[in-house]
Design a protein around this ligand. Structure first.
Ligand SMILES: Cc1cc2nc3c(=O)[nH]c(=O)nc-3n(C[C@H](O)[C@H](O)[C@H](O)COP(=O)(O)OP(=O)(O)OC[C@H]3O[C@@H](n4cnc5c(N)ncnc54)[C@H](O)[C@@H]3O)c2cc1C
Length: 385
């Protein structure tokens, strides 16, 4: 392979692909729409599983760096009733099967592991066109373009590369998540820190919930989970913080303990509304020579605690397939697709089911099942993937 592999998107999938290729001496160019690594805050904490995300980080040869960013103790889980009584608790057992790291830290160690100039910031793809013989021309919003023999779409939920391969579009799941943060919680929000505990805290009513996450650096990241129609919009200006947070709490309805609502009303950031989307189950496409999809671009699933992990895993698996026979990338992409498509179809079914169980209309009656799910994800033998 003489010319670099073209990767669209410097998220976890694209960066892992670039890193594992680099480990095997194969060059790539990563084109990222954002203008710099710090153009956007990188969201919250992720638990990185030992059967997918951690496997990929070993392939990256970044496992020591990964261990250095773990938020020890953060894998604990606590389930509360709407009245704030503890109904179930799973401590962090310290076995590091699902340790928590900040997404920004993980992305940083991946970025720092690549040779300078690998990532081309401010290159937002506008379109992909065939150029004959399996080659493609990618045109960017900054007015430049590039032609490539191997194009990998790692450009997330609204992938432009996917649009070239398949007509599938993400579908709205009927859920919105609304987030806000509390800072310096040990000192300034002591009661909230005690309520949430060392890791994740979940309190559900049918179709609505409060999800608090104790993150590194003394932060609580709170999501309000609501069932809403696709055209729902908050009836207030979100930058009018205090009014907006009160409005969010009103959407939760009656029956919540004041200390749970306080995670929202005391929020120290303007609420951000995130409608939750997923690709149709079993999303697939006809193979196109010279093009591959990885991560959310291939199998966007509503948040079930696995999307980032599979994005890491896809990146590593595709890189390993290419490295096994760099002279025949076409065969490598086909081999990767033959493994990834059935794997992601199965994990998306699990993901949708687990998401619906956790945030669906029956919550919290199925709390026992949710806890069993959490226990199962910490036991790799139960995963056939
Ligand atoms: C609220 C929420 C919570 C979640 N929590 C978890 C969790 O706890 N654990 C977990 O495992 N997963 C979680 N996920 C899922 C996880 O975030 C995704 O599965 C993961 O980020 C997918 O990685 P990716 O690299 O495929 O895509 P992304 O992270 O979306 O990266 C895509 C990259 O491509 C760039 N890009 C997009 N379009 C273009 C373009 N046209 N041109 C150039 N660049 C482009 C983007 O700027 C971005 O940098 C959560 C998701 C949400 C929405």
């Amino acid at each position: 392979m003489n010319e670099p592999i073209t990767i669209i998107g410097a998220g976890l999938a694209g960066l892992t692909l670039a890193r594992v290729l680099h480990v095997h001496g194969i060059a790539s160019a990563v084109y990222e729409g954002e203008s710099s690594p710090s153009a956007r805050t990188q969201g919250g904490q992720l638990d990185i599983h030992d059967f997918n995300g951690q496997v990929a980080l070993k392939e990256c040869r970044l496992f020591d760096e990964f261990r250095g960013i773990i938020n020890m103790g953060g894998a604990a889980m606590r389930f509360l009733s709407p009245g704030a009584e503890v109904v179930g608790e799973l401590p962090d057992d310290g076995k590091l099967q699902n340790p928590e790291v900040l997404r920004g830290d993980l992305r940083r160690i991946l970025i720092e592991s690549l040779p300078a100039g690998t990532i081309r910031w401010n290159h937002r793809v506008e379109k992909v066109e065939p150029a004959g013989s399996g080659r493609h021309v990618v045109t960017f919003a900054n007015g430049t373009s590039t032609e490539t023999a191997v194009l990998v779409g790692a450009d997330g939920a609204w992938s432009k590369v996917r649009a070239f391969l398949s007509g599938a579009r993400p579908e709205y799941t009927g859920n919105v998540w609304i987030e806000t943060f509390l800072f310096d919680v040990e000192k300034r929000h002591r009661a909230s820190a005690e309520l949430v505990g060392a890791g994740a805290m979940l309190a559900m009513m049918p179709g609505r919930g409060i999800f608090g996450h104790r993150e590194a650096n003394n932060v609580i990241h709170t999501y309000v989970v609501l069932k809403k129609p696709q055209d729902w919009e908050p009836a207030v200006d979100l930058s009018d913080r205090s009014r907006a947070l009160t409005h969010v709490v009103e959407q939760l309805g009656e029956g919540w303990a004041p200390e749970l609502l306080s995670l929202v009303t005391s929020g120290e950031t303007d609420p951000v509304v995130r409608p939750i989307w997923g690709l149709p189950l079993g999303h697939t496409w006809d193979h196109a020579p010279g093009v591959a999809l990885i991560g959310d671009a291939a199998h966007l699933t509503p948040p079930d605690g696995d999307g980032a992990n599979w994005a890491l895993y896809d990146g590593a698996e595709l890189a390993k397939a290419i490295a096994a026979d760099p002279g025949n990338v076409e065969a490598a992409i086909r081999a990767f697709e033959a493994e990834m498509l059935p794997r992601s179809a199965a994990s998306s079914v699990e993901g949708y089911q687990s998401f619906e169980r956790t945030f669906g209309f029956n919550a919290p009656e199925n709390l026992r099942q949710i806890m069993a799910d959490v226990l199962a994800t910490s036991q790799p033998a139960s995963h056939s993937r």
